[in-house]
Design a protein around this ligand. Structure first.
Ligand code: AHM
Ligand code: MG
Length: 348
């Protein structure tokens, strides 16, 4: 018997099937569709590069625009933020949204358009992660996380977003690389969808991603080595010692400096990603942001069989204290994350 070619499964069909399976409600399904549509627009803007006049810094010459983190904003940071805001403002699924590029969260009633329907969810996002790579044509991405707006809260404020990662209903990222790929979890596995640029649809290309438990590949910015704390020094020294060292194998290293792209590699072939505390970011608590970088990635990685930790505890159990809070991050292949955490506990 000839096997029938399998019909491609679009994101829309996948989400409808997930809804039928009771994994998410209709509002949440439509919210994911809106975010995915925004990612398609961002993908087009990123793809235009110099032709679209979207490279370089935002603001006027000599007066670069700076976000709440004190970082210079790129034009594409601002464009991606606007695309996500506009796409979600009128959808009717959100009570509010918060972004790396905005000082405070914004309740839907603040968008200045009368009569906008308000939904039950809170959306957090890093509109364009890996900004330092935009101008050099290296992969960047969007990261997002969806929480429920606490009951009885009509107009959500920053404090209503401060829920641990275990409360996330949906998390995802979209990597804008040679392919545009959306990786998504609604709490029942992690799945990858590749954008078919000819028909403009995300097509399911990997169902139930599984991250190998063991790995011989690590990702870290080695230029910070001298600034690390003793547990991180000890951990990386042992990886670098190779076959004859305490870990008994040779490790390879990769660092793209776009978390989305580094995590996507780990989703594909395993590995450990780390951005530990160092003397430069210690006072801030770390480099990467908990609410819209570390937590959504932790949810995706755990749903793919991996692990995510601060080095001392499970990432998704951190009780947030600020919208733009930073944390040390270790995530990826479970066995390797546990090894890195072991070095931290050994130094406590
Ligand atoms: P961004 O959201 O402002 O782009 O910053 C986050 C990025 C991550 O994508 C990446 O892992 C890290 O910063 C790279 O940092 P560094 O330049 O210190 O290596
Ligand atoms: Mg980022």
């Amino acid at each position: 018997m000839t096997a029938r070619p399998s019909t491609p499964c679009s994101l829309t069909r996948f989400l409808i099937e997930e809804q039928r399976a009771g994994h998410l409600g209709p509002d949440l399904r439509l919210l994911v569709e809106v975010v995915a549509r925004a990612c398609k627009s961002i993908s087009i803007a990123v793809g235009k590069g110099a032709l679209g006049g979207v490279l370089g810094e935002a603001g006027s010459p000599g007066a670069a625009s700076v976000n709440v983190q004190g970082e210079a904003q790129k034009k594409l940071d601002v464009i991606a933020n606007d695309v996500l805001m506009e796409a979600n403002a009128w959808g009717g699924h959100l009570a509010g949204l918060a972004s790396e590029e905005m000082d405070h969260s914004q309740p839907i009633t603040d968008f200045g358009v009368d009569g906008l329907p308000r939904g039950d969810y809170l959306l957090l996002f890093d509109p364009l992660d890996g900004s330092s790579n935009i101008d050099v044509n290296v992969s960047v991405g969007t990261i997002f996380s969806v929480l429920r707006c606490p009951e009885g809260v009509a107009v959500p404020a920053d404090e209503h977003y401060l829920q641990p990662g275990t409360e996330q209903l949906v998390a995802g990222y979209c990597v804008y690389g040679p392919q545009t790929t959306l990786v998504l979890t609604v709490g029942h596995g992690t799945h990858a969808f590749t954008l078919d640029r000819e028909i403009g649809s995300f097509i399911l290309t990997t169902r139930n991603i599984r991250i190998p438990e063991q790995t011989a590949e690590f990702a870290v910015n080695m230029s910070n080595q001298r600034h690390w704390q003793p547990p991180m020094q000890a951990y990386i020294n042992d990886l670098l010692a190779g076959k004859t060292g305490p870990r008994g194998k040779d490790f390879n290293m990769r660092w793209i400096a776009s978390m989305v792209a580094d995590v996507h590699r780990i989703m594909t072939r395993g590995g450990i990603f780390s951005y530990p505390l160092d003397a430069k970011c210690e006072a801030k608590g770390g480099k990467l942001r908990l609410m819209y970088e570390a937590n959504p990635m932790a949810f995706l990685v755990e749903q793919a069989g991996g692990a995510a930790s601060t080095g001392r505890g499970r990432m998704m159990e951190v009780q947030p204290t600020g919208l733009h809070q930073r944390v040390p991050v270790f995530l990826g292949s479970k066995g390797e994350v546990e090894a890195a955490v072991g070095y931290h506990h050994a130094h406590d």
